[in-house]
Design a protein around this ligand. Sequence first.
Ligand code: RIB
Ligand code: CA
Length: 305
Amino acid sequence: MKRVILDVDTGLDDAAAIILAAGSKSIRLEGLVATAGNVSLDKTLENTLNVCEVVGIEAPVYSGSSRPLKRDRIHAGEFHGASGLDGPVFQPRKRQQVQKGSGIQFIIDTVMAHPHQITLVPVGPLTDIALAMQQEPGIISLVKEIVLMGGSFIGGNVTSDAEFNTYADPEAAQIVFSSKAPLVMFPLDCTTKVTLSPEALARYKTFEGKSAKLFCDCMDTYMEKYRKRGAGYPAMHDPLCIAYLTDPSIFSYERHEVSVELTDEASYGKTLRGKDCKEGGVLVAKMADTTRFWSLFDQALLQLD
Ligand code: RIB
Ligand code: CA
């Protein structure tokens, strides 16, 4: 059983990751922390609470950082809609409300209370994780693993070099990548290889239950946003991190050092490949078995109401 804290900037693929986590028998969600990213924190928090309510997640939801460590805030509304989760219509919530207290303190307290048992899964800007490391460096050696979606070694999706999550807070990303924590990275190199086709979406629309409907309502929007931008089929960036927790053999990896460009303006936020290594560094996902990934999604949706 993987005990997991999700750190999310709930947009459409974050919602897919939350749904997959909720339906994965090998994952125990200890809590979720919403952070600013795709859209502002007030919206990512509301989106996270709404997704958890519909899917039946009872784990606590906390509020994380509202802005990057240093740079100005950016957003990705063009891919997720103004709300960050355009498409689904949510009823007033009966259960899920934001917890009092800091999401960063929740991360610190949980990791310190359960040494080598907690996996952090940040799928937005790395601000919360960086702040937690700065406030309590002890989590670096006590966290079980940090499995993150972010970065790219094949070109960016915000600038020609930089991927959104690292571009949104490059200083935070550099803190995390240089921390010596046990890191697993899902860059665009891997995540852009797993896309949702119209045929696959049509098949998921035959699944019963409100979780499957929520997934399809989100993916309808995601598919349309990609189509309008001539960007092909939508990439399942964030859910890949969840699939790794259930079955790491779905992916192939390389292990090398990673740093983040912080000085050159043109490539600010770009992740830079360092030397290959047999241990330490970052385990970087490169290839994915898409059939086995989608099979995990089928199983998760069949588990949920
Ligand atoms: O570049 C893709 C990443 O940026 C995903 O996490 C998506 O949700 C956005 O946050
Ligand atoms: Ca995200």
